[in-house]
Ligand binder design. Structure first.
Ligand code: COA
Length: 156
């Protein structure tokens, strides 16, 4: 099983961008950070800052994850240069709802490593919530290690 990472086209990007803003707004409402009234506006502003030139934004690469001719998900990578080394940071990896649990996640991470090597990127990092067991399992299997922990304790 292997997948290809294809640079997103404008149509796929618009769809992805609008969905991602909506999801991001919903998450912040659910987490109690933003009210429903302000959420969409705030989410839009943050995305506009991150991707001011859409697909053409410097240092950001957005991929459609392709299995044959079928798009099964999306991957958003940020590339930063630190002390003359290129580091990749996964901003988002998402398989379509009905494509999860089929091994595409692993195939995507392998394809990403191949892309990174071809671009002389020598480190890939990401953030994952501890409750996202499937994602954590995937990254650990792919050799990723935790570099820091956020810890909290509910007091009531
Ligand atoms: C996270 C995601 C990319 C993983 O891709 P996937 O193709 O669904 O991953 P898989 O189902 O193949 O699971 C990867 C590994 O985790 C294991 N796994 C699956 N569910 C698990 C669970 N609940 N607990 C522990 N391990 C689990 C699998 O056994 C698999 O290992 P294997 O290949 O050795 O069998 C995908 O599920 C997704 O898009 N989720 C929604 C968005 C998301 O959470 N993105 C990550 C943000 S950090």
């Amino acid at each position: 099983m292997s997948v290809k990472l294809a640079l997103m086209n404008e149509e796929a990007f618009n769809q992805y961008y609008n969905n991602a803003i909506q999801e991001y707004a919903n998450e912040h409402v659910k987490a109690g950070n933003w009210s429903e009234e302000e959420a969409l506006d705030k989410a839009k502003k943050q995305f506009e800052q991150l991707l001011p030139d859409g697909l053409e934004t410097n240092d950001h690469v957005l991929f459609s994850i392709m299995y044959g001719i079928e798009t099964v998900g999306t991957l958003w990578l940020n590339i930063r240069t630190k002390q003359h080394e290129k580091h990749g940071f996964i901003y988002d990896i998402k398989l379509d709802d009905d494509q999860r649990g089929k091994g595409y996640g692993k195939a995507t991470m392998i394809a990403l490593e191949e892309y990174a090597k071809s671009e002389n990127i020598n480190q890939i990092s990401l953030h994952v919530f501890a409750h996202n067991e499937r994602a954590v399992a995937l990254y650990e299997k792919m050799g990723y290690e935790a570099t820091s922990y956020n810890m909290s304790k509910k007091l009531s």
